[in-house]
Design a protein. Structure first.
Lengths: 280, 354, 314
């Protein structure tokens, strides 16, 4: 009797949990679904009311993105700028993190604080001086400007997270390598680096994501030649008659690389994103 | 040949960790650095390894000054407390790593790895990763990795402290056997006096960055120089009594009968072991104390507080005057509350410095 | 200080002698690239910005800057529009981060039941934080169209009144807060869920044996144990929420009637519509000061520094 009662209670608890979980998932997934389907709708049905749920998908918005807006150029711009800045941030940040984790450096706290204060710095403060200095140096609207800006923006994150990853590798492993005949560089290269790979990959994806999605600096520090995807996507809304379909398609094009990359790496990401706030 | 450590000092900022240590370790010797955590033993070992550099002093290995040489140029091997295995490599790759770095041919690598692994009984685990092994197996891998390239010097930093008691005893004999067969000069760091006693050719007891006493295990056990060494070595520890020199040049101390019994050759040592305030310590090992009839000549009156029968022997806890004593006796018939005599044979009384 | 901890110190080799001369400087050498980047791209422009804020620099006025000392800061104090923006931003951050936090904790508890299929749903929920904010603004703008949008269609479908969303000054701020919650709750959820997963089992077993009910367990055990994680996640979100710009720029540009004129949007207008760069620099420094004070207050109240130092010493 009571066993049966318990089973019913457990069953209804599970049903309630599933209902809530599905509701939450619907809330977070619906706009993404809507963006994706909108990008496949023709101009006439995209603003139809009541909304059209079943329709023949068309790629015309994507074709227009490429042909009318020349989005391939922006895609290449974004790839080069974000790719190089991510590499720059990863290399300089990991080296700094290694130094902070493994070497006895005076004023270590000061350096850590400096790194953190860069993290706090809102782009809205730095955009004006960068705008003026860039014009003065003649690097306005070039790759280099955004590469430097994004590398800087990613740097604190890399230092902070990689320091945690490096500290998690027992010191004795590197020392064993030194004793086994490695030089310091060899020990890092052959022993530490392979162990850091998951951490590096996770950190890299996150740095990539922030740079790839960045809009404010990109919109102010470029005008034509070095325009990135978010800027051109924002521009689709500036036209007199807003091209909703193209805007949705641009949104999909922008978001897809990050979503794919992150979902592939999901296992490693939690630690990276939590800045070592959670052990495990 | 062997290892010469000359007046080596190490400071971390304001903190002096090793305070002028000098010792000459013979080739093939098994040398143990013994002390509590914080005594500087590990730092001393790491300076020999080249993982730390001394603030001053010099280190010679096999006649070569290696004070500031990189670890890889010292021809040493090392075993770590947490094993220091490369977690991403298999056991085989771990053991082969030092050979690979030295560009030994693939065939030679295989032969040597298999030979060493066989000797250490881990041949069947060569394909596994370290996380699939037990603690004892991991330590064997780390030993194999150290021994595979026939080093001249083997440094071990508390290699057994993460193992359980039974395994520790097994590994103790195994390590000792292995390195003495191979004739490798070994420095072994431990805080466990039983490990030190059972394995060492010579022991250096360290405290506060100083080597307090260097000698063979029995020498240190039988003739401790200081109160610290006497108390540190042996379980249960030595019975120690504060004593001093009177102005008349006679020793006095808490258990009158024992002080009076100090033999001449020990009495001669007192002057050299007095501290600034004229104090010294008198000691006797628990196993040398004898329980006798109350009032026997030379014996002190004591009350039995507690009796611990251990099977082979019995620990008897006593109070003589104000002083608490331990005697290790054969199976005995003492009972709590008995009033007995304790007798300290003069030949086992030791004068030690405070 | 125990010396076994010295046996594995922060130093691989604190080289003291010239024989291994390079080594003493290796640490600094490794820091150099990061240092160059931080100072050249980070601090030099900041110092320059401080200088601009003391001038009346405006490139559309011929570019001849005059030094005006603290005039810009003085006018900022009287700039009603600016303080309106600061106030709006404060409301925005409080509501958005607060709601996200509550949602994230509830979601974490729900998904910690780990029924079959929950892993997939969890993964789907994480996606919004990955979407480019510009794209987020675009799609929500499409969905929030008052006459043709799908949100109003869904509202009428369940018998509710349609809303004006971003087109009315009374609902615009709440609309952009909703979007911010939608995008960033997944981030909070990710962190809090990881925190819940990493909690030790024994306190919960002890509580079960002591006969504590689920609500009691949540407030007496789960929440206190999660506090470090929650504090860090909240801090990260506060820092980022203050600089929210992209979605608001796409959805409302600060309108209608300045109802969503967040401080970042206002600053951007001063700087790049009116090119009043000297004044804009002064405003951004005041903003930075305010944000820093708020964060300091938060870290003080939440014991953040203690949490960090405990982590360092673990």
């Amino acid at each position: 009797m009571s066993m049966q009662h318990d089973a019913i209670r457990r069953g209804s608890k599970a049903a309630l949990a599933y209902a809530l979980a599905l509701l939450a998932t619907a809330f977070f997934a619906f706009p993404i679904f809507w963006m994706f389907t909108s990008s496949l709708k023709g101009d006439e049905i995209i603003t139809a009311y009541p909304p059209v749920w079943i329709f023949a998908p068309s790629l015309q918005n994507y074709v227009k993105l490429v042909e009318d807006l020349g989005i391939m150029t922006m895609f290449i711009n974004s790839s080069i700028i974000v790719g190089l800045s991510t590499c720059l941030a990863m290399i300089s940040g990991t080296l700094a993190a290694y130094a902070l984790a493994r070497f006895d450096i005076k004023n270590k706290q000061m350096i850590a604080f400096e790194v953190l204060s860069i993290r706090m710095l809102p782009p809205i403060v730095s955009v004006v001086p960068m705008f003026i200095l860039a014009r003065w140096l003649g690097v306005f609207d070039t790759y280099w400007l955004l590469i430097a800006a994004y590398a800087l923006a990613g740097l604190p994150f890399v230092v902070w997270v990689m320091r945690v990853f490096i500290q998690d590798i027992p010191q004795s492993i590197e020392e064993a390598a030194l004793i086994d005949g490695c030089s310091r560089v060899e020990a890092f290269w052959r022993v530490t680096l392979p162990l850091l790979m998951p951490g590096l990959a996770a950190t890299m994806v996150i740095v990539f994501m922030f740079a790839w999605n960045e809009f404010l600096l990109a919109s102010m520090l470029t005008s034509k030649a070095a325009k990135t995807l978010p800027v051109i996507a924002a521009n689709t809304l500036n036209a007199k008659s807003i091209a909703w379909g193209m805007a949705s398609a641009a949104g999909v094009v922008m978001s897809l690389p990050v979503v794919v990359l992150v979902l592939l790496m999901q296992r490693y990401l939690v630690r990276g994103l939590t800045l070592g706030a959670v052990k495990g | 040949m062997g290892i010469q450590i000359k007046d080596v000092r190490k400071r971390f900022g304001a903190l002096t960790v090793v305070n002028g240590v000098s010792v000459d370790i013979a080739e093939g010797e098994f040398f143990v650095l013994l002390g509590e955590s914080g005594c500087g033993k590990t730092t001393t070992l790491r300076m020999v390894a080249g993982l730390e550099l001394p603030t001053s002093g010099s280190i010679h290995i096999n006649g070569k000054d290696v004070t500031y040489a990189e670890p890889r140029h010292r021809d040493i091997a090392m075993a770590f407390q947490d094993y220091g295995l490369y977690p991403n490599m298999t056991v085989y790759e771990n053991i082969a790593f030092p050979l690979k770095i030295r560009k030994v041919s693939k065939a030679d690598q295989r032969r040597k790895v298999e030979e060493t692994a066989g000797k250490l009984g881990i041949f069947n685990y060569l394909g596994r990763k370290p996380f699939q092994l037990s603690g004892g197996q991991r330590q064997r891998v780390s030993l194999a990795r150290a021994l595979v390239r026939n080093p001249k010097v083997f440094l071990m930093d508390e290699p057994l402290s993460n193992l359980d008691a039974k395994l520790r005893a097994v590994m103790r004999t195994e390590i000792k056997k292995l390195v003495s067969e191979l004739g490798i000069t070994t420095i072994y760091v431990t805080h466990d006096q039983i490990e030190a006693m059972s394995m060492a050719d010579r022991i250096a007891v360290m405290r506060h960055g100083d080597m307090v006493q260097v000698g063979s295990p029995l020498e240190i056990y039988d003739r401790p120089l200081t109160h610290f060494v006497a108390d540190f070595m042996g379980s249960p520890p030595m019975n120690l009594f504060p004593a001093s020199m009177t102005t008349a040049g006679r020793p006095t101390g808490e258990v009158r009968e024992f002080v009076d019994a100090i033999p001449d050759h020990e009495r001669d040592l007192i002057s050299s072991r007095l501290d600034a305030s004229g104090q010294f310590t008198l000691g006797i090992r628990p196993e040398h104390l004898k329980l006798v009839q109350l009032g026997s000549p030379g014996s002190a009156r004591a009350v039995v507080d507690f009796v611990e029968p251990l099977g082979q022997t019995t620990n008897v806890y006593l109070t003589a005057g104000e002083k608490r004593l331990i005697a290790v006796t054969d199976r005995c018939v003492s009972h709590v509350g008995d009033v007995v005599g304790v007798y300290a044979p003069p030949e086992f009384l030791r004068v030690v410095a405070n | 200080m125990s010396m076994t901890s010295i046996s594995t110190p922060q130093v691989v080799a604190g080289a003291d002698k010239a024989q291994r001369a390079g080594e003493r400087h290796t640490g600094w050498l490794l820091l150099t690239p990061a240092f160059v980047l931080m100072n050249a791209v980070g601090f030099f422009p900041m110092v320059y910005s401080l200088y601009i804020s003391l001038t009346n620099y405006n490139p559309t006025h011929g570019g001849n800057a005059r030094f005006v000392w603290l005039d810009n800061y003085a006018s900022a104090l009287l700039d009603i529009q600016f303080w309106h923006a600061i106030g709006l931003t404060f409301v925005f951050v409080t509501l958005s981060v607060g709601t996200s936090l509550v949602l994230a904790v509830l979601l974490s508890l729900l998904f910690n039941l780990r029924y079959p299929g929950f892993f997939l749903l969890r993964t789907i929920i994480l996606i919004p934080m990955l979407i480019t904010p510009i794209a987020v603004g675009i799609v929500w703008r499409i969905m929030m169209m008052p006459d043709l949008g799908v949100l109003n269609y869904l509202l009428t479908l369940v018998g509710l009144q349609p809303l004006l969303w971003t087109s009315s000054s009374s609902t615009a701020l709440l609309s952009i807060i909703l979007v911010d919650i939608w995008q960033w709750t997944p981030f909070m959820f990710l962190i809090v869920f990881a925190g819940i997963s990493a909690l030790p089992k024994s306190p919960f077993e002890a509580a079960a044996i002591d006969g504590a009910g689920p609500i009691r367990v949540f407030f007496s055990i789960t929440l206190p144990l999660l506090k470090p994680v929650i504090v860090i996640a909240t801090l990260l979100r506060i820092v980022d929420a203050f600089r929210t710009y992209d979605t608001t720029f796409i959805m409302t540009r600060g309108g209608p009637d300045f109802a969503t004129d967040l401080v970042s949007v206002y600053l951007q207008r001063i700087n790049f519509r009116f090119f009043d760069l000297g004044y804009g620099a002064a405003l951004s420094w005041i903003t930075l000061l305010i944000v820093t004070i708020i964060i300091l207050i938060f870290t003080k109240l939440s014991g953040f520094t203690r949490i960090i130092s405990e982590k360092e010493n673990r």
